[in-house]
Write a protein that binds this ligand. Sequence first.
Ligand SMILES: C[S@@+](CC[C@H](N)C(=O)[O-])C[C@H]1O[C@@H](n2cnc3c(N)ncnc32)[C@H](O)[C@@H]1O
Length: 220
Amino acid sequence: MVGSRVVETSEGIQGEFNTQTYDRMMRRMRDKGWLETNLILRAGITQGLALEVGPGPGYLGLEWLKKTKETNLRALEISSDMITIAERNAKAYGLQSRVHYVKGDAQDMPFDDNMFDGVFTNGSLHEWSKPTKVLDEVYRVLRGGGKYCISDLRRDMNPLVKWFMKLVTKPKEIRPGLISSINAAYTVEEIGSILEQSNLVGYKVRSQTMGLIITGEKTA
Ligand SMILES: C[S@@+](CC[C@H](N)C(=O)[O-])C[C@H]1O[C@@H](n2cnc3c(N)ncnc32)[C@H](O)[C@@H]1O
């Protein structure tokens, strides 16, 4: 029996301690090769100008830039503290000319219609207070034929997997945040009904051991 969803935050990850601890966790995941950049590539987001929603410290988008040629990235992030860290990381990658971090809310994106060849986001969905609104914005800013890839944790993961994830997550100061994120995440069934209410069509939802992945294309 899966517990009810416990809303975490709608203001993003704020404050020096939280953002720096999160950065340490994601840097370690990057160093271990655990970032799922291939998910984005397999979803068909391989060229042109992409949008990342909620990049946090930015490693996923920076790895995507590294693995693709002549691509550029806009990354929309609600937390100024996270943007400071992401900009520092982009410089360390030598990729600052290909990525631009924009402060704003994914529920009301400061971008023109049909602007992006692809949109991706990881681990941010459970923080959006109006997920349908964000999905509609994803649809609006994508060009016809543009692809999207939305991944997140899922609350209906096996309790043993949840326990194992907590154990391997470092630094240990981030573990309470991990558990609150899992408790705020959607089940596969819940995300299905959110998607039905959005403008997205023809999507696929896949369930994985720890999370869920939504992929699709905007039909012209
Ligand atoms: C759990 S972190 C995931 C960061 C990164 N994508 C990753 O895979 O590690 C979620 C990020 O989404 C941002 N965020 C949350 N709600 C947002 C919103 N409405 N608009 C833009 N960014 C948002 C948070 O500030 C945070 O940096």
